[in-house]
Write a protein that binds this ligand. Structure first.
Ligand code: NAD
Ligand code: DAU
Length: 348
């Protein structure tokens, strides 16, 4: 039986990846390692907690001796590394937290994998999950390809770029069998309501202002989270070692257009008169260093592995809105306590 370690599996994307692997690969023993920070939540994966091929381990990837002990107990065959500090605005407030988890934490995992697998890389794989933000910002034209030079602008993207470089360096220097994926903006169920789409859904439900940064003309490429999980599964199993695959939704939206669409869909779902939620849109001070536009060229993963998004944006948004409306208890739980302090500080 293969032993697979997934880090960050109580977070947004990680929970979808863990669920997919546990349900799809009963012959794998899946270990979910997560520190349960503000962004990690066992509620996100409670449907799989009793599966025989699943083990949850609470622990911090920054803790070197803990990681060493875990690896000396289990000879993992594969690692899917998703644990990270993931929110750009928080990285502007506290960059060091991002260096610790995203850089030092990744280094700890690379070191134990290198030491444990040394000399026997057969069937082993270190899959590092990263972001398109490492490429910096596009102007109004062009797409990020796997060959676009790194040019990160925020402390978050600088920390992810640094971890990507270390992963590649361990491949070149020690032959570590790594694979890298860089993905665009995800959305879907279990998304923490600090990010644009779930934050605005929550605020629309509660009739609170929708704080749009700057002029609202920033552009992102959106992908339904389950399509990202499918792509990760495919790359982990079929991708080539020492390669990068870009993953994107072929789905660019200016923030203001996306928010108007979201408002209209929410008005329909909540039985409100069309236009009601749009009145909540409030232009606020811009994010410092705000990247204008991200857009992924996902033709490599499409041509080599046959992946493409399966869910249209309209379908994905509808599934997402329905999930939040049906899971308002989840929303209430994650927005109580320290979330209130974060919100006050960020938006007051
Ligand atoms: P998230 O913030 O929702 O979840 C991160 C998870 O990591 C949480 O469960 C948290 O408890 C855990 N974690 C944080 N620090 C840890 C530590 N020191 N030790 C162990 N666990 C720790 O993040 P997400 O949005 O699901 O992103 C997952 C990964 O995908 C990240 O590496 C992120 O950079 C990348 N990514 C995210 C997106 C996106 O749109 N959300 C897009 C592309 C890539
Ligand atoms: O591109 C992939 C990245 O997408 C991931 O690596 C990150 O982990 C993920 O957080 C996301 O980063 P963004 O900064 O693009 O996502 P966010 O949801 O924070 O913001 C999306 C856009 O909406 C961005 O242009 C900023 C804007 N925004 C965001 C918030 C939270 C607002 O206008 N108002 C807000 O309150």
């Amino acid at each position: 039986m293969k032993k697979i370690l997934i880090t960050g599996g109580a977070g947004f994307i990680g929970s979808h990846v863990v669920r997919r692997f546990v349900n799809r690969y009963p012959n794998y023993q899946i270990f979910n390692l997560d520190a349960l920070t503000y962004a990690g939540n066992l509620e996100n994966i409670k449907d799989i907690q009793d599966k025989p091929n699943y083990t949850f381990v609470k622990g911090d990837i920054v803790d070197e001796s803990f990681i060493n002990d875990l690896f000396s107990k289990h000879n993992f065959d594969g690692i899917l590394h998703l644990a990270a500090e993931s929110h750009v605005d928080r990285s502007i407030e506290d960059p060091l937290a991002f260096v610790k988890t995203n850089v030092v934490g990744t280094m700890n995992l690379l070191n134990v994998a290198k030491n444990q697998w040394k000399g026997n890389f057969e069937g082993k794989r270190f899959h590092h999950i990263s972001t398109d933000e490492v490429y910096g910002s596009l102007g109004t034209e062009g797409l990020f390809t796997e060959d676009t030079p790194y040019d990160p602008n925020s402390p978050y993207s600088a920390s992810k770029a640094s971890s990507d470089h270390f992963v590649r360096a361990y491949g070149e220097t020690y032959d570590l069998p790594y694979i890298l994926t860089n993905c665009s903006n995800n959305y879907g169920p279990y998304h923490f309501p600090e990010k644009l789409i779930p934050l605005f859904i929550n605020n629309i439900i509660n009739n609170n202002p929708l704080p749009l940064y700057g002029d609202g003309n920033y552009t992102r490429d959106w992908l339904f989270v389950e399509d990202h999980a499918v792509a990760i599964d495919l790359v982990f199993h079929k991708g080539k070692n020492h390669e990068t695959y870009n993953i994107g939704g072929f789905n660019e939206w200016k923030n203001i257009e996306l928010v108007k669409l979201l408002c209209n869909l929410m008005d329909q779902k909540l039985g409100r008169i069309e236009g009601t939620s749009q009145e909540l849109i409030t232009y606020v001070k811009d994010r410092p260093g705000h990247d204008l536009r991200y857009a992924i060229d996902a033709s490599k993963i499409n041509k080599e592995l046959g992946w493409k998004p399966s869910v249209t944006f309209e379908e994905g948004l509808e599934k997402t809105i329905n999930w939040y409306l049906n899971n308002q208890e989840w929303l209430k739980n994650v927005t109580s306590g320290s979330y209130k302090d974060y919100y006050q500080k960020q938006y007051s």
